[in-house]
Every structure is written in structure tokens, then in C-alpha cells.
Design a protein around this ligand. Structure first.
Ligand SMILES: *[C@@H]1O[C@H](CO)[C@@H](O)[C@H](O)[C@H]1NC(C)=O
Ligand SMILES: *[C@@H]1O[C@H](CO)[C@@H](O)[C@H](O)[C@H]1NC(C)=O
Length: 261
């Protein structure tokens, strides 16, 4: 009795595909014969990531508090003992240089930029947020009342790791227009304003960690920074992310093309 039951298991899981994710937070082992879905390559994922970067105006900057220096803790009135502690804070970004290195308007007194100035490395985390809810969604219950209108675990997110570099004043006119187009309120804290000292900064990407969605259909892993920077505007303009248009299906397998089918 036991043997026939067991032999049904692979069949059952195969017929559920692609409706039940088989590998959620990691990719299946390579040459997995059972995988019915094509997983995008790291380069294709870089193209998707560059599109996310181009379309996403907010990110989370993570930095690490420095060792105590020159009474900085008292000056900043922060609790003692935070050295080495990471802190993530939302900030405005804009893809103004179209080089894979986002533009940031760094306010000197803000925690992320103080930590960076004190020598912290920095990461920038982004997530893709579809403008429309899916018409067919991933859901284990049939409730329509769920707080999140889509399965965020199956959507792209990534972290850029690197450092900040000041953009020289001679190169900032175009950045200013681009950044204010993306963030109109940022005109109040542009470099030279009377309230806060600020400067244009380039987030120089050294490494990219990508989670494209469920691991049975999306790439999860590192993307080469050379590939990341080599993606052309034409490439990222030619792909689509899930939920860019109304009527998308969350279970679409090929993240490059089939979300809208
Ligand atoms: C920044 O990261 C690099 C690795 O990329 C590491 O060698 C260096 O020590 C880090 N700097 C600090 C201040 O932690
Ligand atoms: C960059 O992309 C182009 C095609 O767009 C390709 O021919 C070239 O080999 C790539 N360079 C690197 C370093 O990957």
C-alpha cells in the first residue's frame, strides 16, 4: 500500500507546477529535471534590476554606526554603545546617470551620511512595488481582505553594496534637473540652500545581491557589478516587470515577458 502512494508524490507535485512554488528562497539545484520553469540568468536579472532602479524613487540606505570619535555621540545625542550597529533609513534616490550608480542628495546631518562620512560602507536596498494589483493572485486563502494585494515574496528586491562619492560641482546641473523631476520637494534642500548643508553623491555599486522572486522561477544570488553597469537603457526599456500593466497574473513564470499574458 505504501509504495503506490509514494510513487504518486512526484506526479502530484509536477502537475501542481507552476501553481505551487517548489523552491521559495533559493534556486533549485542545477540541472533539476523536475523544474518546469525557466529561471532568468544573472544578466537578465541585472536588466530587470536596472529597470527597477530606473522606476523606483525610494530606497533604504543601510550604514553602520562608527566607533566613538571626538565626542560625536554627545553631539548627536545618540545612545552610547551603538558602534557597529547597522541602521537602515529610507531615502530619495534617482537614476540620473543611467550607469547603475544611483544619485543621492546627501544631507550632512542625516544619520546615513554621517555614518558614511565616518567611514561606514553603505548598502541601498530596493524593492519592486507594482502599480496595479494582479487580476489573478497567489493566495492560500480565498479571502479578499488580505492587507497586501500581491505576494511580495515573489517580487524582485535587491541590495546594492558600495560607497558614496561626491559628484563634482561642474557635473551637477543635469543631476539637479533629473532629481527634482523625480522628487519635486527636494528643491528645498538642494546644495546651497539656507537650511541644511547638502551635496550630490553618487552611490558607487561594487556588488549586487538579487532576489527576483520565488526560487523556482526567479534568480536568487549575486549579480556581477560589471554586468550591472553594462546594462544599456535600451535593454532595460525593453523588459517589463510584474504588474506594470493592469490585469497581470502573479503566477506568470517567465519574469522577462509573460507577466501580461
Ligand atoms: C567596507 O567593506 C570592505 C569590503 O568590501 C571591507 O574590506 C572594509 O573593511 C569595510 N569598511 C569598513 C569601514 O567596515
Ligand atoms: C557589455 O554589453 C555589450 C552588449 O550590450 C557586450 O557586447 C559586451 O561584451 C558587454 N561587456 C561586458 C564587459 O560584459
Amino acid at each position: 500500500m505504501l509504495f503506490p502512494l509514494l510513487s504518486l508524490v512526484p506526479l502530484a507535485s509536477a502537475t501542481l507546477l507552476p501553481f505551487t512554488p517548489q523552491h521559495i528562497f533559493s534556486n533549485p539545484p542545477s540541472h533539476d529535471e523536475e523544474s518546469a520553469l525557466r529561471i532568468p540568468t544573472a544578466y537578465e536579472s541585472a536588466v530587470l534590476g536596472r529597470r527597477v532602479l530606473a522606476l523606483t524613487p525610494l530606497g533604504t540606505l543601510s550604514t553602520i554606526f562608527p566607533s566613538p570619535h571626538d565626542g560625536a555621540e554627545e553631539l548627536e545625542q545618540r545612545p552610547s554603545g551603538l558602534a557597529g550597529m547597522p541602521i537602515g533609513m529610507m531615502d530619495y534616490i534617482a537614476d540620473c546617470e543611467d550607469s547603475g550608480n544611483p544619485t543621492i542628495l546627501a544631507i550632512n546631518i542625516a544619520t546615513s551620511f554621517r555614518n558614511a562620512a565616518a567611514g561606514s560602507n553603505i548598502s541601498l536596498s530596493l524593492q519592486w512595488t507594482p502599480p496595479y494589483p494582479p487580476s489573478k493572485r497567489i493566495s492560500l486563502s480565498s479571502s479578499e481582505k488580505e492587507a497586501v494585494p500581491y505576494s511580495a515574496a515573489n517580487l524582485p528586491r535587491f541590495s546594492l553594496l558600495g560607497y558614496l562619492e561626491k559628484v563634482e560641482d561642474a557635473d551637477t546641473e543635469g543631476l539637479k534637473k533629473c532629481f527634482v523631476d523625480t522628487h519635486p520637494d527636494s528643491k528645498y534642500w538642494l546644495p546651497g540652500n539656507r537650511i541644511h548643508t547638502s551635496e550630490w553623491a553618487r552611490f558607487v555599486v561594487q556588488d549586487v545581491y538579487w532576489v527576483g522572486g520565488f526560487g523556482d522561477r526567479a534568480y536568487i544570488g549575486w549579480i556581477d557589478a560589471v554586468d550591472w553597469k553594462n546594462v544599456t537603457k535600451k535593454e532595460w526599456e525593453d523588459v517589463r516587470l510584474p504588474g506594470e500593466k493592469k490585469g497581470w497574473k502573479e503566477w506568470a513564470a517567465d519574469s522577462l515577458r509573460e507577466w501580461e499574458l
